[in-house]
Ligand binder design. Sequence first.
Ligand code: CA
Length: 224
Amino acid sequence: MRVLVVEDERKTASFIRKALQAEGFAVDVCHNGQDALSAASATPFDGIVLDIMLPGRDGLSVLRQWRERNNATPVLLLSARGEVNERVEGLNAGADDYLPKPFALAELVARVRALTRRGGETKSPVLRVADLTLDTLTRRAQRGETGIELTAREYRLLEFLMRSAGRLCGRMTILEKVWDYDFDPGTNLVDVYIRRLREKIDADFDPKLLHTVRGVGYVLKDQP
Ligand code: CA
């Protein structure tokens, strides 16, 4: 499996390269969009990790050009903070997945592995856990055929939980990813929002999907 990493911050690029190499990927690195375009037309890659913020041509414009040339290599976009507009724009431009910075290297590796496993097959922007679906383009949530109204923050929380489905999400991680906090505000904010979300996605439905791991956090999954 050969992966192209496009990231101008050399330290970050080097961390990503090492992490992927440690997992057995062959990794090429480019530090700007123009080099990335040349590299991808010269070499077939199984996946591309593409930073949006690049000097000169930004990642989205590079991605659009690839897709216009019918290059269907799966692309994981990286961006500073989870700007919703940027994410929607990225998915519209043809990205297969999206990871906001800062991210854990383990998560990046897991995403790249999933991406390269999927191969060139087109990925739906709809996240699914059991009969709960979340369309990341239209931002509509449904349980079976029933539409679920979400506030912006509830949407962000649900999207994070669904992208992490099956994995334990600690309160601190949720605060970081959904509220952009890098400190513990010492409130029960997360628990309050989890309770609201649970009322919307679980209260009237079976099976229950949002589970509490006492003292640690939450996990969204099909099986109890
Ligand atoms: Ca960058």
